[in-house]
Design a binder for this molecule. Sequence first.
Ligand SMILES: NC(=O)c1ccc[n+]([C@@H]2O[C@H](COP(=O)([O-])OP(=O)(O)OC[C@H]3O[C@@H](n4cnc5c(N)ncnc54)[C@H](O)[C@@H]3O)[C@@H](O)[C@H]2O)c1
Length: 344
Amino acid sequence: MIGSEVAVYFAERGWRVHGVDNNQRAVFFGPQGDTRENQRRLAMQLGNSFRHVELDIRDRQGVRQLLGAVKPDAIVHAAAQPSHDRAAAIPFDDFETNAVGTLNLLEAARGVCPESPFVYMSTNKVYGDRPNNLPLIELKTRWEYADPHDAMGIAEDFPVDQSKHSLFGASKLAADVMVQEYGRYFGMPTCCLRGGCLTGPHHAGVELHGFLSYLVRCNVEGREYRVIGYQGKQVRDNIHAFDVARFMDAFVAAPRTGEVYNLGGGRANSCSILEAFALVERHSLKPQVHTYVKEPRVGDHICYISNLLKMRDHFPSWDITVSLEETIKQLVQAAQSRAMPHVL
Ligand SMILES: NC(=O)c1ccc[n+]([C@@H]2O[C@H](COP(=O)([O-])OP(=O)(O)OC[C@H]3O[C@@H](n4cnc5c(N)ncnc54)[C@H](O)[C@@H]3O)[C@@H](O)[C@H]2O)c1
């Protein structure tokens, strides 16, 4: 999802994009996670500005050869096993993709193009379940931080260890620290973007990953959405992939070394699952069918809002431009057009 959005964003601004993907998402999540449609769309939409590269980032030699041939001016690394829950069933695939795959890319970049900005899509799961230790209050439709000092959300100096991460959070944290290290130790222009919920109309949302996209899909197709724990009042902040790409662009234009940013939608783009139901229903005009599972997901955040102050401070020209309302509108339209053949 992010990779394809970034490809479009940069290609439309004059870059030639080499998009690496081996459709591993379909292996991780089955046919619902298939990314080939996105790949075809990119080829049609971007023409000569885009080249698809069928490569597994676990293939160290292949990664080295690709970077040696292309010598990229910038690298955006958004390939991953991205699911919290899936990782426990496939620990080696998870770690080898997320941690070792990232090391393969970093080491190849150090050998070939150490001056090129290297942007890594990390995750807020690097903080483990520690955000759940913050005092919270239960409101009618959401959990909320009880202490006004926490109101702006989680900042980048929040502790990352001695908490439960899930194997996914641990493999992403390993990669995150490595990306920082290639900045601090080798002086490379690297950064980690610790994403909240990133989404956009091309998200192939599945139950295990891509909450808003999946929720919208369930609504539009009249399928049951399982609310898992915390009364459906757990809060996520949502950022549109376009604003993710805009931040990457700002970093590539004025890179820093070994940086970390909490890249989310911030308070204005936050919602609980119950609030998301209401928003989606308003746009789709269909009631959300749902059931409730009492046991929460292991390590699930009860209330997570990204503090955007550091990003705004380092890159004053960047800010959120796509509201939650607009994002949901786009997700509903995309889900409706995907569902149309079944309706007809
Ligand atoms: N979407 C979110 O809400 C979210 C939140 C926080 C962080 N992130 C991070 O952002 C990045 C992108 O997430 P996304 O939502 O676009 O996920 P995605 O699953 O849509 O995209 C990941 C892509 O990587 C590819 N891939 C997986 N393993 C690969 C391998 N070994 N070699 C080559 N390609 C491989 C997949 O086929 C897929 O196309 C990930 O690092 C993820 O952890 C995403």
